[in-house]
Design a protein around this ligand. Structure first.
Ligand code: FMN
Length: 407
């Protein structure tokens, strides 16, 4: 996955034009018409306009070409040895889809809901904080508009710029605010009051960040990443009681993000979580943790319908979304893919990424012989050996090739 440090700027790839055709044989009789020019593009390959993405791979490739290596590593890397990051992908790759044929699949319903809000697609931008403003002048509002334009919600991170108010004000749909505790209790109070006043639909508290993960790519590259301020020990001291207090203070439904065991799922529900969000932060926090999809079933079983369940971790493809839905997620978040799309094409890039996700999910369901995501369940999956080496780029063979070549 590592970006080559000596990555050179390379000119945009030219379309494969093929060999020029051999000159035409002279006509037997002279014709008045001009001799036909050799076709410049006999394979019919046309150069795409910049920013025209027909596949998720192109989005990822464009982002790779645009991003300086330390920023790329910050987005695509994980904690320590990056085992959890790999397990997120390995868990997904270790499941195959079953398929049925000869079913009328002209109409396919991909809609779902989160806390009674309809979502046209079961995918949403996960909270991605300070990174957004590293690659876009207006991260939060751009992501919010793109998500709402595709009929889904967005999770707006505490660190999203320019402010939590600006992101919510950019759209006329209520979004989800994600809280990172970055200061002391007084600081949290202030943020919660602003969240309520701004009109958010729900509060998502990220609970897997009592310590900041050791992201060694950032440590080595020296990329300045702001960890927090104020009393860091408050963040490390948080308990379930604080979650109850936060929910009361903000007066909104509560989402607990970062749950990875049945025990914590049970506690989350007991302490008032309306949504349990299975996540390991994309492999950026505890290394050597299990992959998200590997823990999804036990969490869904423990929640037992008392709360809604969301999930993220390693999702790069429509088929990944389908697998998470099979195991009980209501909708699925994308983190790295959001960062790639915003870097590649700004707001339009994020909207296009969601559109392509929708298309991939529709294709997967259609080819499985399904007309609604509500038909999905564990019986559509089979455990299989993982092929290749799972990594944050392995879902996109063209990107994998480019990273291997260092461009
Ligand atoms: C660059 C970056 C920044 C992130 N910032 C936040 C954040 O501010 N708050 C949070 O709860 N999770 C954050 N996450 C984690 C994501 O919300 C999500 O859990 C994770 O990215 C999902 O895995 P994926 O990247 O494999 O899709 C961040 C992830 C990335 C890649």
């Amino acid at each position: 996955m590592a970006a080559s440090r000596s990555r050179k700027k390379v000119p945009a790839r030219k379309p494969a034009a093929g060999k020029p055709r051999a000159a035409a044989k002279p006509a037997a009789r002279k014709s008045a018409a001009k001799p036909a020019k050799p076709a410049a593009n006999p394979l019919g390959l046309e150069k795409k306009a910049p920013g025209q993405f027909d596949t998720l791979q192109e989005i990822a490739l464009e982002a790779y070409r645009k991003m300086p290596a330390p920023v790329w590593d910050h987005l695509m890397g994980g904690a320590d040895a990056e085992m959890t990051l790999r397990r997120n992908r390995a868990g997904l790759d270790g499941l195959a889809l079953r398929q049925r044929v000869l079913v009328d699949v002209r109409q396919i319903d991909m809609s779902t809901s989160l806390l009674d809000q309809r979502m046209e697609i079961p995918v949403f931008p996960a909270p991605v904080g300070g990174f957004l403003s590293k690659v876009h002048h207006e991260g939060g509002p751009a992501v919010a508009r793109a998500a709402v334009s595709r009929g889904t919600t967005a999770f707006i991170a505490t660190a999203a710029k320019p402010s939590l108010e600006a992101a919510q004000a950019a759209v006329d749909r209520k979004l989800v605010f994600q809280l990172y505790v970055r200061g002391d209790r007084g600081w949290v109070e202030g943020v919660l009051d602003r969240v309520r006043a701004a009109g958010y639909a729900a509060l998502c508290v990220t609970v897997d960040r009592n310590y900041y993960g050791r992201r060694e790519r950032d440590i080595v590259s020296g990329l300045p990443v702001k960890e927090g301020f104020g009393d860091q020990s408050y963040q490390a001291s948080l308990s379930w009681k604080d979650l109850v207090w936060m929910k009361e203070r903000v007066g909104l439904p509560l989402i607990a993000k970062g749950v990875a065991t049945a025990e914590d799922a049970e506690l989350a529900v007991e302490h008032g979580a309306d949504v349990v969000y299975v996540s390991n932060h994309g492999g950026r926090q505890l290394d050597h943790a299990q992959g998200s999809i590997e823990v999804l079933e036990e969490v869904v079983r423990a929640v037992a319908g008392r709360a809604e369940v969301l999930a993220d971790g390693g999702v790069m493809r429509g088929t990944d979304v389908v697998k998470m839905l099979c195991l009980g997620a209501r909708a699925v978040g994308v983190g790295k893919l959001l960062g790639l799309a915003l870097s590649a094409g700004g707001e339009a890039g994020v909207a296009r990424m969601l559109e392509l996700m929708e298309s991939e999910i529709r294709h997967a369901l259609g080819l499985m012989g399904l007309t609604s995501i509500k038909q999905l369940g564990p019986h559509w999956l089979r455990e299989v050996p993982v092929l290749g080496t799972p990594s944050s780029v392995s879902a996109y063979p063209l990107l994998e090739d480019a990273v291997r070549r260092g461009r």
